[in-house]
Design a protein around this ligand. Structure first.
Ligand SMILES: [Zn+2]
Length: 142
C-alpha cells in the first residue's frame, strides 16, 4: 500500500501545527503531511499576484508529483501575526483562496480550515469550505 500524503498551506505559527496535524489525520485518511508555510497564508493566496501564486503552486506540485498527494488544506487561525484581521475576514479570505486554487489545481480535493482559538492553549480547527476540482482530462461525451 502506498504512503498516504496530504499537503497543507499553513501559517508559520508554531501553536497551530499540532492541532492541524491531528485534525488532518482524523478527517483525512493520511499518514504524512507535506507542509508549506507562509505567514497568514489565506491573505497571501486570496490576494497575491499571479507570479507569486505560481511560485507557491510549484511547491504544491512537488508534493503532488513526489508523494501523490491529491488533497490540499489551506489553514488560517485566530490571533495571526501574519494576518491580523478578524476571524470572519480570515474565513472570507480562506473561501477566496479555495476558489482561486480550485481553478488552478485540477483533480484536487481542497479544504479550507480555520483554527479557532478556544482557550489559552486550545485551538479548534473547523472546516470552512471544501471543493474537489474537476480533473484536467475531463471530456464531454460525444
Ligand atoms: Zn498566523
Amino acid at each position: 500500500m502506498p504512503d498516504r500524503f496530504a499537503t497543507i498551506f499553513t501559517c508559520i505559527d508554531g501553536r497551530i501545527q499540532q492541532p492541524l496535524t491531528e485534525w488532518m489525520k482524523n478527517h483525512l485518511d493520511v499518514e504524512y503531511i507535506d507542509t508549506i508555510t507562509e505567514p497568514g497564508p489565506e491573505a497571501v493566496l486570496a490576494a497575491t499576484g499571479e507570479r507569486c501564486l505560481e511560485v507557491l503552486l510549484e511547491k504544491v506540485e512537488i508534493s503532488r508529483r513526489a508523494h501523490g498527494s491529491g488533497t490540499l488544506v489551506i489553514a488560517g487561525h485566530s490571533d495571526c501575526a501574519g494576518n491580523p484581521v478578524s476571524d470572519d475576514e480570515q474565513r472570507t479570505q480562506l473561501r477566496r483562496s479555495l476558489d482561486r486554487l480550485a481553478e488552478r489545481l485540477p483533480g484536487t480535493r481542497i479544504l479550507a480550515v480555520h483554527a479557532d482559538r478556544c482557550g489559552e492553549r486550545c485551538w479548534a480547527p473547523l472546516l470552512v469550505a471544501e471543493v474537489t476540482s474537476a480533473p484536467a482530462d475531463v471530456r464531454l461525451a460525444p
